[in-house]
Every structure is written in structure tokens, then in C-alpha cells.
Design a protein around this ligand. Structure first.
Ligand SMILES: Nc1nc2c([nH]c(=O)n2[C@H]2C[C@H](O)[C@@H](COP(=O)(O)OP(=O)(O)OP(=O)(O)O)O2)c(=O)[nH]1
Ligand SMILES: [Mg+2]
Length: 326
């Protein structure tokens, strides 16, 4: 997904409300449709959906659009993400659902082409802008584990805790250890990466993209200031770029510069950053806004907060202590 996929509309512009449904079949393939001539983005591929009508709930809109466009009904749908971005003459606000069960056989009822495509093969299609945000939201987990520093945990305890955390099913980790110099960090990261990959987990590192490439790590996690200083996305599209953000404008910059996801903190007070004033869920909501990327909630939260976080349009919860099995 290129960085153009991350344009975002200003929130004060009057957005069109759009319900979008991602049908996922038993083999994990996704249903895409080609936009017809004469519509914004003609020829590009999208997930089916369309505009809300007056008096309609977003879910009713989804059900109606999918029936009209592809002839499926009886949806079992989970909300995935909500975001706004500029598209055509007016900004659109996309309310995206994942649909794993439905009745009827999907067919292009408006003459549009449909295809079932594996996620990896989507790169071969010209997709609508911002589809990258939808895909990341679909496939990123609802927990993001940040490792405690080895010095604080003690090396003897740290490695078994890492193994236990991975065995517990942590699919995405950030190796955070600011105390180590680059050489020591790289040596540690190589070992942690091997453990993570052995468990099918992905690992993001806190250092530069050259180190990421050298290690074959899954991506980097940077503070937003570092990304702003760089001025552009530092790594290839198949790697993950995560950004730490503390405000609306941080997230705006992260989106503009092609971040794949962000972590917005602190929601609640946390011992790691005793001086920072917590956002609370209201402040979190205001800062998260409708930026076109998945955003984890961080700060004093744990697994029991995932449902609340999801209800606030978060991808899930990021945490050190709550997910570390030390
Ligand atoms: N369906 C869909 N629309 C998207 C996606 N991403 C995105 O920016 N959009 C934009 C394109 C359009 O401007 C708008 C969707 O409206 P639409 O043109 O499908 O509207 P509709 O189905 O109600 O069609 P119509 O009655 O106006 O013909 O949202 C996406 O993934 N799926
Ligand atoms: Mg449509």
C-alpha cells in the first residue's frame, strides 16, 4: 500500500457515511468488486458497500448495500474500523465490517466484476485509496505486546517470560530497550526474532530501517518525532511501520507519512510515564478521531480492556506489564 493510500479528510468537512463489508470465505479469501465506469475511482477494486440513506442505521445500510450489490443476506458481521478520508468530491466516513457468514452466492448484481482474492494477491490489484488501512485493521491482532527492558526484568527471568508470553499466543511484539546501544540491541533482536518467528509471531524493532532489513524483522516502531524528522515512510510496504502518538496532530502526521498503525497513549495513569497526564477515554476518542489507520490504546490497560477499546474504535490494547508473562 503506498502512502497515497493514507490521505485523510479534515473532520469538520461534511462526510458521506459509507458502510463497507469485507466478506471472508472459508479459505480466508476476500471478496473485492471493481468500481463501475462513471463512479469515483472507476476501474479500481473495492470492498462492496455504499452510502447510508436517511433514517437508516449503519448496519441496515450494510445489509441493504450488500443485498443490492452482491445479493447476499443474513450477515454475521463484526465491526472492524471506522475512519474518514478524502475521496471524490466529498470526504467519506467508512464504517467497515468483517463478514464471515452470509446466505446466498455473491454475484455482481450491478454488472460489476467480483473476485475472491487471497490477501497476499491483493497487491496485484489497483485498490481504492485507504484500502491499506482496512487491510491492516482486518489482520492486525487486538493485543500488541511491548517488552519490558531486560535490565529491569533481569536476564534470567526475561527469556522464560518471553517464551511464556509467546506461548500464550502474543502475535505481535515490539522489542523496547532504550538502554542498549545499537550493537547490543541488534544482537538481542536477532535472538528475539528467532523465538518470535518460531511461534508465528511478528516482531517490530525500535531502531532504524537498515537494522530492520539486516535482521529481517517485521517492521519498526518509532516515536512520531522520528518519523517527522525522516519526512517519509522509511521502509518497504511489506514491513510494518508503527508509530507512538500522544495527540490528534501526532496521528495526523503518522497517517500522512504512511504509518501502518499507531499506538495512542496514555489512556490511564501508568508507572512507565508517571509525569504524563492521562487522556481518559474521552480524550483518547478526541485524539484518535477518524484517522485512516488502526490505533491501539496504551497506558494502564490490559486484556480486560480490549472490548472497551474496540468500542472506542481502537484496534485493541497495547501493554507491557499486562501481557508479559514475567
Ligand atoms: N464500497 C466502498 N466504497 C469505498 C471504499 N473506500 C472508499 O473510499 N470508498 C468510497 C467510494 C465512494 O465514494 C463511496 C462509496 O459509495 P458508492 O459509490 O459505493 O455508493 P453506493 O453504493 O451507494 O452507489 P450509488 O447508489 O451512488 O451508485 O466510498 C471501499 O472500500 N468500499
Ligand atoms: Mg457501492
Amino acid at each position: 500500500m503506498d502512502s497515497a493510500a493514507h490521505t485523510q479528510a479534515e473532520p469538520h468537512a461534511q462526510a458521506l457515511e459509507i458502510a463497507v463489508g469485507v466478506l471472508v470465505d472459508r479459505q480466508g479469501r476476500l471478496l473485492i468488486a471493481q468500481r463501475r465506469a462513471g463512479t469515483p475511482g472507476a476501474g479500481r477494486w473495492e470492498f462492496p458497500g455504499g452510502k447510508q440513506e436517511p433514517g437508516e442505521s449503519m448496519f441496515d445500510c450494510l445489509a441493504r448495500e450488500l443485498d443490492e450489490e452482491i445479493g447476499v443476506r443474513g450477515l454475521r458481521a463484526e465491526p472492524v474500523i471506522r475512519f474518514s478520508h478524502a475521496h471524490g468530491d466529498r470526504p467519506v466516513r467508512l464504517h467497515v465490517w468483517r463478514i464471515d457468514e452470509w446466505s446466498g452466492q455473491a454475484q455482481g448484481r450491478e454488472g460489476q466484476r467480483l473476485e475472491w482474492v487471497e490477501r497476499e494477491a491483493l497487491a496485484d490489484y489497483q485498490l481504492l485509496p485507504a484500502t491499506g488501512a482496512i487491510l491492516h485493521a482486518l489482520f492486525l491482532p487486538d493485543r500488541y505486546v511491548i517488552t519490558p527492558s531486560m535490565a529491569a526484568a533481569g536476564e534470567q527471568a526475561w527469556w522464560p517470560a518471553l517464551e511464556a508470553t509467546l506461548a500464550d499466543g502474543a502475535p505481535l511484539l515490539r522489542l523496547r530497550d532504550h538502554a542498549l546501544d545499537d550493537a547490543a540491541y541488534q544482537a538481542l533482536a536477532a535472538r528475539v526474532l528467532a523465538c518470535a518467528h518460531a511461534h508465528g509471531a511478528r516482531l517490530l524493532i525500535d531502531r532504524d530501517s537498515d537494522m530492520c532489513e539486516a535482521l529481517g524483522a517485521d517492521g519498526v516502531h518509532w516515536p512520531v518525532a522520528r518519523l517527522l524528522a525522516k519526512g517519509k515512510r522509511p521502509l518497504a510496504a511489506h514491513r510494518l511501520l508503527a508509530v507512538s502518538a500522544h495527540s490528534y496532530s501526532d496521528l495526523k502526521a503518522a497517517t500522512r507519512l504512511g504509518a501502518d498503525f499507531a499506538v495512542l497513549s496514555p489512556v490511564a495513569p501508568t508507572p512507565t510515564h508517571p509525569g504524563a497526564s492521562p487522556l481518559g477515554w474521552d480524550g483518547w476518542n478526541e485524539a484518535r478521531a477518524e484517522h485512516a489507520l488502526p490505533v491501539y490504546a496504551l497506558g494502564g490497560l490490559g486484556g480486560e480492556d480490549i472490548a472497551t477499546a474496540r468500542a472506542h474504535n481502537a484496534q485493541g490494547v497495547a501493554a507491557i506489564r499486562a501481557f508479559w508473562r514475567g
